[in-house]
Design a binder for this molecule. Structure first.
Ligand SMILES: Nc1ncnc2c1ncn2[C@@H]1O[C@H](COP(=O)(O)OP(=O)(O)OP(=O)(O)O)[C@@H](O)[C@H]1O
Ligand SMILES: [Mg+2]
Length: 206
């Protein structure tokens, strides 16, 4: 089947639907695709928890892909800087890639600070209802600053990094996250178990 898409730049771009579709690919993998969008301050534990959850899902036989932080800036988004326009475009591209991966039937995990509600909403709107799971890794600033594994808070406090989230740039906490991990005083194992329970409740996994 084909459909004419009235795209912004080209009125004559035609969408071609193929036989092997998202439903087929997800059935094959015995899972429901979704995008688990981990958000939280630097040092909150997004990469750690998303990585440990991905390990656990792999052990259970599920098919995943983890898109993590700065990695995308080496390729997909290497032309982008850190102006608000570029940050928005960075998140938009990541959202589009996550959407393609969910279309491939995968459970996609992303780990970006993504401090603005508006940018997270933009990604939510790219995906069908129920496929975007906002995961708030809610670790108090004091704890993140104590951990400071990259030494970034120290630099931000010394004025060597400007516009650092939580210090001189706002982090807008999710208002209604699908999964709220109060992560400051819980072990990674506990946080992984809480996330797995939520995936089961939503019938993403069995
Ligand atoms: N639940 C936890 N309990 C104790 N330490 C943790 C926990 N989760 C993560 N950590 C530790 O906190 C530090 C920061 O974790 P991580 O790198 O996952 O943060 P992040 O949210 O991905 O940060 P960034 O946005 O800078 O990439 C690491 O040293 C990690 O080992
Ligand atoms: Mg990280």
């Amino acid at each position: 089947m084909t459909a004419i898409i009235q795209s912004q730049d080209n009125e004559n771009v035609v969408w071609h639907s193929h036989n092997i579709d998202k439903a087929y690919r997800s059935d094959q993998k015995k899972q429901k695709p979704c995008v688990m969008w981990f958000t939280g301050l630097s040092g909150a534990g997004k990469s750690t928890v998303a990585g440990a959850l991905e390990n656990r899902l792999a052990e259970l036989g599920y098919h995943t892909y983890l898109l993590d932080g700065d990695n995308v800036r080496h390729g997909l988004c290497r032309d982008l800087g850190f102006s608000s326009e570029d940050r928005r475009e960075n998140i938009r591209r990541i959202g589009e890639v996550a959407k393609l991966m969910a279309d491939a039937g995968l459970i996609v995990l992303t780990a970006f600070i993504s401090p603005h509600r508006e940018e997270r909403q933009l990604v939510r709107e790219l995906l069908p209802e129920g496929e975007f799971l906002e995961v708030f890794v809610d670790t108090p600033l004091g704890e993140c600053e104590k951990r400071d594994p990259k030494g970034l808070y120290k630099k931000a406090r010394a004025g060597e990094i400007k516009q650092f989230t939580g210090i001189d740039s706002e982090y807008q906490a999710p208002e209604h996250p699908e999964i709220h991990l109060q992560a400051g005083d819980k072990s990674v194992t506990e946080l992984v178990e809480l996330s797995l329970c939520s995936l089961k409740e939503r019938q993403i996994i069995r």
